[in-house]
Design a binder for this molecule. Structure first.
Ligand code: SAH
Length: 398
């Protein structure tokens, strides 16, 4: 078992942690031994030494660890993980039973009681993501607990804590069946090719499920759709299946071209009838403006932070500018799907970015729909700040 060390809180952090805030902030600790080993169990106490909670030490960008229980007698062992997994799987009962969706999140970190750990289900394969060296130190216990609670084909893992924010290439296979990738998963009847052993990403972002469905069902029929930062083109696939007249997918990464072709193909869509551009979105905006192209629907889903040779882009600074550029090539009464997964600001703040962009262009608008994390990405109701996904579907008014 991992070692247990006492962590004394500063007085003004006691109430928060006692009330259930799951994250252990660096500034909350009276002192912190920098030499503390990742994965060390923490007995979190008040300034007078009285027990509050048990957590683990694991450095992430947002904190130094997570609270695991408020019960001093509870051991952090295989039985602990088993109970947490069982509770989480019961919550996803409906997902396990839907035939036209075979990929979803079965364990969502602090929302399911263990920060720093997520588990996604891909048609019988379980993909475990570890967000710190600390939680990774529990891996054998976690695998054992998972095998006891889930009927699984195989386990893959992602170590999301490698240095410099870089994902170090590795073999992510853990045990069970070796996947023959890509495997095809279903989402609301759409097909997506997925590879669990090819870098940090799998080919699809499961948290956008509701937005893909909205786009397909309500905003695509007969429309021209521009999908920026398109990655494997999942939004383009949804739009095409929703009857879009034509989709245009734009992404800088070379691999986005074959991957987008693949996603169209596994859905029986002729990719040659669609546009796929490997280029910088901002260059595409200039190109489109020069050629007076207009799109009925523009999807904006940038990474939180991106750097190219020429520029850096940060959603918290540059989102209004991004919308502004998109407005130049959006048709009258068109739709902008504005999305961000930047956890450093909330929906309210995001809407101020939207408002700023539209005001600057003297353009009236109406937010038709807003989406955050879907039901399987369980979050703690008291702490909406962990609901990082923010999507607004905006209509231009004239
Ligand atoms: N919308 C996608 C996910 C986007 S991930 C989906 O739903 O699946 C972010 C993508 O932005 C990555 O594929 C990355 O290659 C791309 N990207 C980052 N900066 C870019 C830029 N300046 N121009 C074009 N693409 C960019």
């Amino acid at each position: 078992m991992n070692q247990l060390v006492e962590l004394k809180l500063k007085p003004n952090f006691v109430a928060e942690v006692s009330n259930g805030y799951p994250l252990i902030l660096k500034e909350a600790a009276e002192t912190i031994d920098e030499a503390l080993e990742e994965g060390t169990l923490l007995k979190i106490v008040r300034p007078n030494g009285k027990y509050i909670a048990t957590g683990y030490y694991g450095k992430q960008n947002k904190g130094i660890g997570w609270v695991l229980t408020n019960n001093q007698t509870e051991e952090i062992d295989e039985a602990f993980f088993k109970v947490k997994f069982q509770q989480a799987f019961i919550k996803r009962d409906s997902f396990y039973n839907i035939e036209d969706t075979t990929a979803f999140r079965v364990f969502n970190g602090e929302g399911d009681g263990i920060g720093g750990l997520t588990i996604d289900y891909y048609d019988g394969f379980y993909l475990i993501s570890f967000y710190s060296q600390g939680i990774y130190s529990f891996r054998e216990t976690i695998f054992a607990a998972l095998k006891e609670t889930a009927e699984l084909r195989g386990i893959y893992e992602k170590k999301r804590f490698d240095t410099n924010g870089q994902y170090v290439d590795q073999d992510d296979y853990v045990e069970g069946e070796v996947g023959e990738f890509p495997i095809i998963i279903k989402e609301n009847g759409m097909n997506f090719a997925v590879n669990l052993n090819d870098g940090a990403m799998t080919g699809i972002f499961l948290d956008q499920r509701d937005v893909r469905l909205a786009l397909r069902e309500r905003f695509s029929e007969g429309k021209t759709v521009l999908n920026t930062f398109s990655y494997t083109g999942a939004f383009s696939v949804a739009a095409a299946l929703g009857g879009a007249y034509e989709t245009t997918s734009v992404d800088l990464a070379k691999r986005s071209l074959p991957m987008t072709i693949e996603q169209f193909s596994v859905n029986g869509i002729d990719y040659e009838q669609q546009q796929i551009k490997v280029m910088n979105v901002f260059d595409y905006f200039s190109y489109a403006a020069r050629h007076q192209l207009k799109f009925d629907v523009v999807v904006l889903d940038p990474p939180s932070f991106a750097r190219t040779k020429k520029m850096t882009f940060s959603t918290s600074k540059d989102y209004p500018k991004l919308i502004g550029e998109a407005l130049e090539i959006t048709a009258a009464k068109g739709i902008i799907v504005a999305s961000t997964n930047n956890a450093s600001f909330n929906m309210k703040k995001f809407k101020t970015f939207i408002d700023k962009a539209f005001k600057e262009k003297n353009q009236r608008y109406k937010i038709l729909e807003q989406h955050q994390l879907p039901e399987d990405f369980v979050i703690l109701e008291d702490y909406p700040e962990f609901n990082y996904l923010k999507v607004c579907i905006i209509q231009l008014l004239k």
